[in-house]
Structure formats: structure tokens, C-alpha cells
Design a protein around this ligand. Structure first.
Ligand SMILES: [Zn+2]
Length: 402
């Protein structure tokens, strides 16, 4: 249905509209935005609780598009809220409406082989043009190998990953599937398993950025999704965090050590704390009944330290903790980095992993033999929806790598 809609609208835009590409301003709320553009506040107040809350997820610097007709009246606005979903404000018979619309993309599995000349990071960037790929590869082995000590010129690496495409260009973070690097004739691997976590060749979880559960013994009542179709409401929505159902007053613990960058109230998330961690990671704790005494902006907290108490403040449907994880401003699935007690695969899970590993190894061998070249990437993170006026392709920004 959405595809048809897209096809009908594009020619209309081309005839009479003017598109403005702009960025979401730092500290701007959705209501401020409507005000500033003389759009009715009803657009916001007509939304349900969940959609009102999601407007708080629009992050500073994200590229938005405003379309105007020949009278300079705004006819449409497109605001991405995740890599897969955007808010679409449009005029329908003189009334403004808002709808969540999927960001349509294709996925491709890609791979490349690189022979080491300088360092894995430098050589991958040179071969692919992508800092994101280089960052992912190096990160995968960060805690298990010492490239500087053990790597020699002429050693080879293979990376197999999934890449999202829009209008034939890449966008978003590639997903690493297998990374292999030879060092002193020995091959070292990291694999993405069916459980969405990374393991080495023995089935031991690769330690990366790891978080503790923010609430003890709590049930996950709603998982993370960049985009999900709600069959009853007949609309798309995103849930950029994990909900833990818990009794009011249950202590909330910092999932990792870091610095409090926000402790205050927002309309959607109620009493809200944000903690900045290392490597560009940030965690968010929403709907709290109360902050722990002394938790304020600038305060350093340790992993496991109580920072507040479960509640139902803001636009919440019942007592729970909404827990979010962000890397450089982009929402990530916290479930992928929350420490689980067993980080070594056993029994049936190990068996399934071994089968997967065999397949992956065959793929790696094929690419090694073929010395596969990477498609040189043209970065395309700016236009999310309409293929009208494509701005010049932008050089990748290290800060954008997510
Ligand atoms: Zn939630």
C-alpha cells in the first residue's frame, strides 16, 4: 500500500513542490517544531501515547525534509525516527495528518578480502572507502587479538556483512556476519550467531561493550524494534528500547559505568535519566517514580549502582522501566549487549552454532580464493524517503559511524 502511495506522490512533487533539506535542531521538541513552522499543535495531541513518546526520539542533527507548494504552504514533512521508520506529516483536504511510514530499503550480503599493508583499519578504509566497515572489523577482535604485535604484512582478512541500500546507495551501519583474520598462519574468526550475538570459533562469546541488566529479575514486557506493523491499530511503530515490567519502587541500576548527562522530566518518558558511557554509548532509563538522591547531571556512576526506582511517570501504561541504548545518537538493541550468565554455547545451541560456522567458513574460503574486492561505498545517509533532489554524496563522517 505504501509503495503505491509513493508512486503516486512522486510525480506530483516533481511538478509543483519545493523540497527543503534541513536538520533537526538540538534541544527542539516536536511541539516547538510545529510551532516554528506554523503547523497545528493538534498534529501532536491527536497522536496516541506511544506515538507522542516516540517524538522524543527524534535526535538532533537528523536530516529532515520539508515540502512546500507554490504558495510556500507546507504540504509534507518527513522526519526519520529510526533507520526503518519515519514520521510523515501531510496535508489531506486542508487538514494536517501524521502517519508513521516505513523507510524502504534493500539488504545485500557482501564480502571482501584485504591483504594487510598497514593495519586492518587503514587497509579496510582504503579498500572499501568505509570507516564503518573498518570500525566493525577492528571492534570484533578488540578484546581477543593484538594486531599490532602479531600481524604481519601480507596476512589476509575476510569480512562478510549485510548492507542496507536505498536507491542503490548504502545507508545505515553494516551488520558484521563473519570476520576472519590470519596471523602467523593461524586463522581467527568471529561469527554472528542465530541469537544475534558474536562468538569465536569455540563458541565462546566475544566480549565487547557489555551491559548489566538494569532491573533484577524483571520480565521483558516489550522488546526492541526499529519498525513493527501493529495489526490491530493498522499502523507502523517503533520501540527504541526494552521494557522491563517490575513493581513500582524496584531499584534501577546503571547498566554500565559512566556520567549522568540528563536527569529530569520529559512529557513522554516522564522522570528520565541518561548516562554517557565510553565508545559513544549512551543508556536511557524512563518512566521512573523517583531518582536516587544525588543523581544529577555531571555525576559519575558505577555499573550496578542504583540510580532510581521503577515507576509509571510520563506517557506510561503501567509500572515499568523503558531502557534504551544508543551509539552516537542511534538507537541500538540493548538485548544484544546485555550480559547473560552463560556466555559459552553448550549442547544443542553449540551443535547449531557448529553447523552455522561450517557454512560461514566455506564462504570465507571462497572469498579468500577469489580475493574478492569490496564494492566501494558511496555513503547515502541523508535522504530517507523521496528520490527527488539528491544532495551531493557526503564524505563519511567518523562521528556518524554507528
Ligand atoms: Zn518502552
Amino acid at each position: 500500500m505504501n509503495k503505491i502511495f509513493l508512486l503516486i506522490l512522486i510525480p506530483l512533487f516533481l511538478l509543483s513542490s519545493e523540497v527543503q533539506f534541513t536538520k533537526w535542531q538540538s534541544g527542539e521538541s516536536f511541539l516547538n517544531f510545529l510551532d516554528r513552522h506554523a503547523l497545528p499543535q493538534k498534529i501532536y495531541y491527536n497522536l496516541d501515547k506511544s506515538d507522542q513518546t516516540i517524538t522524543e526520539e527524534i535526535y538532533a542533527g537528523v536530516n529532515i525534509q520539508i515540502l512546500r507548494d507554490s504558495n510556500q504552504t507546507i504540504t509534507q514533512v518527513l522526519i526519520p525516527i529510526s533507520e526503518e521508520l519515519q514520521l510523515h506529516i501531510y496535508k489531506d483536504k486542508n487538514k494536517y495528518k501524521l502517519k508513521s511510514t516505513p523507510i524502504i530499503y534493500d539488504k545485500k550480503d557482501e564480502a571482501f578480502t584485504v591483504t594487510i599493508e598497514n593495519s586492518p583499519y587503514y587497509d579496510i578504509v582504503k579498500a572499501t572507502g568505509s570507516k564503518k566497515l573498518a570500525h566493525q572489523f577492528v571492534n570484533a577482535f578488540k578484546n581477543s587479538l593484538n594486531f599490532r604485535r602479531d600481524l604481519r604484512k601480507g596476512d589476509r582478512l575476510v569480512m562478510v556483512y549485510e548492507q542496507k541500500y536505498r536507491f542503490g546507495r548504502t545507508f545505515s551501519m553494516p551488520v558484521l556476519k563473519v570476520a576472519m583474520i590470519e596471523m602467523r598462519k593461524k586463522k581467527h574468526y568471529i561469527y554472528l550467531n542465530g541469537d544475534n550475538r558474536y562468538y569465536d570459533e569455540k563458541g565462546i562469546e566475544a566480549e565487547g561493550f557489555m551491559l548489566n541488566r538494569p532491573v533484577k529479575n524483571a520480565r521483558v514486557s516489550s522488546g526492541f524494534t526499529l519498525r513493527r506493523y501493529h495489526p490491530i491499530l493498522k499502523k507502523y511503530r517503533a520501540h527504541l528500547g526494552v521494557d522491563y515490567a517490575a513493581r513500582p519502587g524496584t531499584p534501577i541500576m546503571a547498566a554500565g559505568s559512566g556520567r549522568v548527562i540528563f536527569a529530569g522530566y520529559t512529557r513522554g518518558y516522564g522522570k528520565l535519566t541518561k548516562i554517557q558511557h565510553s565508545d559513544g554509548y549512551m543508556t536511557l532509563y524512563a518512566h521512573q517514580r523517583a531518582f536516587r538522591r544525588g543523581i544529577r547531571r555531571g555525576k559519575h556512576v558505577k555499573k550496578g549502582q542504583t540510580i532510581g526506582y521503577v515507576g509509571s511517570t510520563g506517557l506510561s501504561t503501567g509500572p515499568h522501566l523503558h531502557f534504551g541504548l544508543y551509539k552516537n545518537g542511534h538507537a541500538r538493541n540493548p538485548a544484544r549487549v546485555i550480559r547473560i550468565t552463560t556466555n559459552k554455547l553448550k549442547g544443542k545451541k553449540l551443535k547449531a552454532f557448529k553447523l552455522l560456522k561450517e557454512e560461514y567458513n566455506k564462504t570465507v574460503e571462497l572469498h579468500l580464493r577469489a580475493a574478492s574486492k569490496a564494492p566501494v561505498q558511496e555513503v547515502f545517509d541523508t535522504v530517507y524517503y523521496l528520490n527527488i533532489k539528491i544532495p551531493h554524496s557526503q564524505k563519511e563522517d567518523a562521528n556518524e559511524s554507528i
